[in-house]
Ligand binder design. Sequence first.
Ligand SMILES: NC(=O)c1ccc[n+]([C@@H]2O[C@H](COP(=O)([O-])OP(=O)(O)OC[C@H]3O[C@@H](n4cnc5c(N)ncnc54)[C@H](OP(=O)(O)O)[C@@H]3O)[C@@H](O)[C@H]2O)c1
Length: 286
Amino acid sequence: MSLPSDRPSTWFVTGTSRGLGLELVRQLLQRGDNVAATTRSTERLLSALGDGVDTSRLLPLAVDLRDDEAVQRAVRQTTERFGGLDVVVNNAGYGFLAAVEETSDREVRDMLDVQVAGVWNVLRATLPILREQKSGHIVNVSSILGLTAVPGWALYCAGKFALEGLSEALAAEVAGFGVKVTIVEPGYFRTDFLTRDSLALPADTTEHYPAIREMTANHLNLQGGQLGDPVKGAGAIIDQVVRGDGPLRLLLGSDAHSYATAKVDALRANVEAAAQTAGATDFPAA
Ligand SMILES: NC(=O)c1ccc[n+]([C@@H]2O[C@H](COP(=O)([O-])OP(=O)(O)OC[C@H]3O[C@@H](n4cnc5c(N)ncnc54)[C@H](OP(=O)(O)O)[C@@H]3O)[C@@H](O)[C@H]2O)c1
């Protein structure tokens, strides 16, 4: 279902003071849409938007996405202010670079709290509204690392793979209610993602993973040189939602497309190799 063209649409976007989220807010306000923008710092959001942006249709919301009550309150404020809700964008997220055995219990829980439980909080608060009105669009910003995994990114991949599983199931669950789901899979984008403000590193490292230390240094050096343009990325997300068509997964970036192709090829080879053996564990036909 495409968005109504006779009135502004209302969007609820998480993680908006930087990067893709900030760019989404900027472009949505330019379109004349209503935007409820969650952030950990409304001050940072407003100063990043600057004076040149008309913020009359912006509802900045300071929300800890891990707090179910706070998320419910933010969604209530959104519908009270704008009279409804059309699109939800779960965008907030951060990277973490470490070997699996270097990653602490706290670091695992923090990541999954934001990237899985936080998204679930937003979904529980918003789905009843979309389901009742029989229309709406959920956009879950994953990563190409939600489809394929590489050394050093295990925790981030664990969060994004979980997000993809939840999103695939959700898409099938809510299609009958007229609610569409899109999983966004960006490659490297030139946002703040690879700065030390966003990229988390482990509290403790060991000497056994020099390749991961080298990769961490390379990633920090990559900042500013990533292939993906966040202005175009945000534009592509908005276009897909406005048109209401497109496949479940929106790959962004030629790097993402190459990684996805390699993953699909490897998976197909794996599945074909199992064609003769997978049935060996079945009970015999009665
Ligand atoms: N840039 C890339 O290369 C890339 C590639 C693949 C996927 N992605 C995904 O794209 C999304 C946007 O990232 P970005 O590239 O725009 O990065 P960014 O510039 O670092 O922005 C990330 C946003 O996520 C929010 N965020 C970060 N850590 C958070 C935490 N612990 N709790 C709650 N919110 C948090 C921040 O919101 P506030 O500070 O406003 O609260 C921030 O606005 C993320 O989900 C990321 O995983 C990015």
